[in-house]
Write a protein of this length. Sequence first.
Length: 367
Amino acid sequence: MSLIKPFSGIRPIKKFAKQITSPNISYIKNYKSNNKLNFLNLLNTFNVNRSKKMLNALKQKGIIQQDQLKHFYLYRITYNKKKLLGIVGKINLANYDDKKILGHEETFAERIKKRKEQLLKFNSQISPIYTTYRSNPSSLKKLNNIFKFKPDYNFKSKDKCRHELWIVKKTNKEKLIKKYLKDIKKIYICDGHHRIQAMLKSKKKIAPMIIAFPNKQVNILDYNRVVKTSLKFDNIKKIISKHFILKTSIKSNKLKKNQIEMYANNKWYTIKLFKNSKELDVTILRKLILNKILTNNKNIKFVSGFRGKKALENYVNSKKYNLAFRLYPTNISQVLSFAEKKKYMPQKSTWFHPKPLDGLISSKIIS
């Protein structure tokens, strides 16, 4: 029996697909839209009832429709001449307790509470939870063969990636997918820990929609921090210098493992960490720097590496924050290792790029 099952997905009719789907807001610079149909507007109302009305309006107008039969869905993202090949289906949360579905990151209790309220009221999952599984050259070859037919959707989005979606209706393709999925023994949550925890805490019979990408194709970017602290910069430098070597760095510095970059007062600094430390860079940053300079966890913002160093500079130069920390990316081997050992990285340790669009494939949470 495979861990991933077919389901009746909800998707836009083809002529509206590009118009209503949206990448994560982090990918969109200075987002402004009068397009009421777009899923980004739907998600950013901060009012669940209003979001639900907007979603129902899309259904009533026939812009999004639910498939009558259960299918697997194939999803390919092309970026920088690389490809991510994903299989979309549903999982049984009972497998979370059986250690067949594994997480790797800590979560924020308040965010889980909000997610739970939103999910139960909204009763819709508008993008799949991003997961991975162990792969090898032989399995990747089989996966490539499964994708060898014309997609139902094919377009470029605002994240500068090409997104393609297949609805698997042919029996022979479905058999190939089922055979392929039997070899997947464990699923690792990459992005979506808060949603999974919210679903578990709801105590409802929920089958989350996931997308499973092979670990050999998964790409992780740095996930950085900007912070606001009342401490004077000289005191911050003293705290850092107690444990690390702190030097000014050139702007074009290429970050290495066991290094953190810090931006303050229009200058970049390099913080050299312990060599061959068993601790993650992000854990060292939290334990020995952030916990000593921050009195309030609300004074920290997490910034995707997709936005580059300039975004970090802009946050600090705007005076909303006075420090930025840039981290070397966590790698997929560390993610799998932490998950299997039931160890958890600090919240927001990993930014997986690229991501599936919101609204291209959706599902009901409670049928």
